[in-house]
Design a protein around this ligand. Structure first.
Ligand code: PLP
Length: 429
C-alpha cells in the first residue's frame, strides 16, 4: 500500500502521477484553504452547479410541465437518481430511491420493518451511534409499547472509540428483532464488517439495516449480495450534493410487498398517483417508501455529483481514500506528532481496511487546536470531547494538502499559539 513520501516534493510527484487527481478541478476549492471537512459537508462541483442551474432553467421555462418534461422529469427524479447510485451501494435499480433524509428515512423503514413480539422486541444499535438514529429507534420502541431502557440494546465500546464486533455479534440474539447499525462510526471512523454482520443477522432472523452516512460515496457496498434489509444515507457528505440535499434509502426487494408504515402520496404507484384515491397503493419498489414531493432543487446537485462518482468508480475512490488516510497517519507518525512531545493520538483503526474516509486525531486541547487550524485556513471539524476529524476526500483533496495539514498540526503545537484560543466549541463544528 502507501509508502510514505515524506517530503512535500514527493507528495507533489504523487499528485502528478495519480489519475484520480484529475477530478479536483471539477470542484470549487476556496483559495488558500485546506478543506478537510468533506465528511460533514462535501464541496460543490461544477457539475452539480450546472445541474442546479439547469433545474432552475427548467422551472423558469417549463413551470408545472417540468414534472414530465424536464430532463430528467421531476416526477420520477427520486427513482432515476436512485438508479444512478444503485451501483454505489451494490443494489438493483429499483431498490434505491432518493427521498427524505437519514432520520426521516430511518423512521419510515424502521416503522415498517420493526414488528416486535413479546419474546423478541429488542433493537440493536451501538453505544457510539449518531444521536439522531438513537432518538428515532427509541421512539419506535415507545410507539410499539416497549421500553427504550429495556429494549434498545447498545453494543458497548471498551475504549470509547470502537465497537468490538464479536461482542456486537454475540448481542444479535433471540431478543433482537431488528439491528440498525452505522457502517462507519462517525467519530473514530471505524468501518464495521457489514458483510459478516449482515450474514449473521440474517441467519438469526434479525432484520438488519445500515446507516451509511459515512460510507456512501467513499466506500463500496454490496447490499443485495449481502442480503441487507435496508440502508439509509445522506448525500451532503461524501456525495457532495449540498447542505440538506435530499437523502436516499435502500430497501431489499424481498420487502416490496410490505405496506409502508408511514405512507405518503409520493410513494403511490406512479401510474395511478394522480387518480387521487383515498385507498393507498404503494409502488412495488423502494419508491413506495417515499412520503412527500421530492425537493427538486435540493436533489438536482446529485445529477452532477453522481456523474462524477460514477465516472471515477467507487472502487478507485475507495483505493485513493485509503491511501490518503494512510498517508496522513504515516506523516504524523514520521514527524513525531503522535509522540509525547506533541500529544496527538490516532483514534481511528490502524488497518486501512477497517477505516472509513476520515482520520480521527485526538488531542487533549482539541477545541483550541481546531480553532488554530481554522485561523490558518485548514478546515477540520471537532467532535467532543477531544476528536479532530480530518477527511482527505479522494475526489478533491491532494497528497500535498495532506502533507501541508500535517505541518500545520505540528506548527500549532510548536508555536503554542493554540493555548491562547477559546476552549469552547463553536455552535456548529
Ligand atoms: C450526518 C449523519 C446523520 C444526519 O442525519 P440527517 O437526518 O440527514 O440530518 C445521521 N446519521 C449519521 C451517522 C450521520 O453521520
Amino acid at each position: 500500500m502507501t509508502t510514505c513520501p515524506l517530503t512535500r516534493e514527493d507528495a507533489q510527484t504523487r499528485d502528478a502521477q495519480d489519475p484520480m487527481s484529475r477530478f479536483r478541478e471539477r470542484f470549487y476549492l476556496k483559495p488558500d484553504t485546506l478543506y478537510m471537512d468533506g465528511n460533514s459537508l462535501g464541496l460543490l462541483s461544477r457539475d452539480s452547479e450546472a445541474a442546479v442551474l439547469q433545474a432552475l432553467e427548467n422551472w423558469k421555462t417549463l413551470g408545472i410541465d417540468g414534472w414530465l418534461q424536464a430532463d430528467p422529469p421531476w416526477f420520477w427524479l427520486g427513482e432515476e437518481l436512485g438508479k444512478r447510485q444503485a451501483a454505489l451501494v451494490g443494489a438493483e435499480d429499483d431498490e434505491v430511491v432518493v427521498t427524505g433524509s437519514i432520520t426521516v428515512n430511518l423512521h419510515a423503514l424502521v416503522a415498517t420493518l420493526y414488528t416486535p413480539t413479546p419474546e423478541r422486541r429488542g433493537i440493536l444499535a451501538t453505544a457510539l451511534d449518531f444521536p439522531s438514529d438513537v432518538y428515532a429507534l427509541q421512539a419506535h420502541i415507545r410507539h410499539t409499547g416497549g421500553d427504550p431502557e429495556r429494549d434498545l440494546l447498545l453494543a458497548p465500546s471498551s475504549d470509547g472509540r470502537t465497537i468490538d464486533e464479536d461482542v456486537l455479534i454475540e448481542m444479535l440474539d433471540q431478543r433482537v428483532a431488528l439491528a440498525s447499525l452505522p457502517s462507519v462510526l462517525y467519530r473514530s471512523g471505524q468501518l464495521l464488517d457489514m458483510e459478516r454482520i449482515t450474514r449473521i443477522a440474517r441467519e438469526r432472523d434479525i432484520i438488519i439495516g445500515w446507516d451509511c452516512a459515512h460510507s456512501a460515496g467513499v466506500i463500496p457496498h454490496r447490499f443485495s449480495e449481502w442480503g441487507a434489509d435496508f440502508g439509509v444515507w445522506c448525500t451532503y457528505k461524501y456525495m457532495n450534493s449540498g447542505p440538506g440535499a435530499v437523502g436516499a434509502l435502500y430497501l431489499n426487494r424481498r420487502h416490496f410487498g410490505r405496506t409502508p408504515a408511514l405512507p405518503g402520496w409520493w410513494g403511490y404507484a406512479k401510474e395511478r398517483q394522480f387518480d387521487m384515491l383515498h385507498q393507498f397503493e404503494h409502488a412495488p419498489s423502494a419508491g413506495g417508501w417515499q412520503i412527500s414531493t421530492i425537493g427538486v432543487l435540493s436533489a438536482a446537485p446529485l445529477i452532477g455529483s453522481l456523474a462524477i462518482l460514477n465516472e471515477a468508480g467507487i472502487d478507485n475512490v475507495r483505493t485513493r481514500s485509503q491511501e490518503l488516510t494512510t498517508y496522513l497517519i504515516a506523516c504524523m507518525e514520521d514527524q513525531g506528532l503522535t509522540g509525547a512531545d506533541y500529544g496527538y493520538t490516532i483514534g481511528s483503526p490502524v488497518d486501512a481496511e477497517r477505516r472509513g474516509g476520515h482520520v480521527a486525531v485526538e488531542h487533549p486541547a482539541a477545541p483550541q487546536i481546531v480553532r488554530a487550524l481554522k485561523a490558518r485556513g485548514v478546515v477540520p471539524d471537532f467532535r467532543p470531547p477531544n476528536v479532530i476529524r480530518l477527511a482527505p476526500v479522494p475526489l478533491y483533496v491532494s497528497y500535498t494538502d495532506v502533507w501541508d495539514t500535517v505541518q500545520h498540526l505540528r506548527d500549532i503545537v510548536d508555536s503554542g499559539e493554540y493555548r491562547t484560543l477559546a476552549g469552547s466549541r463553536e455552535l456548529v463544528s
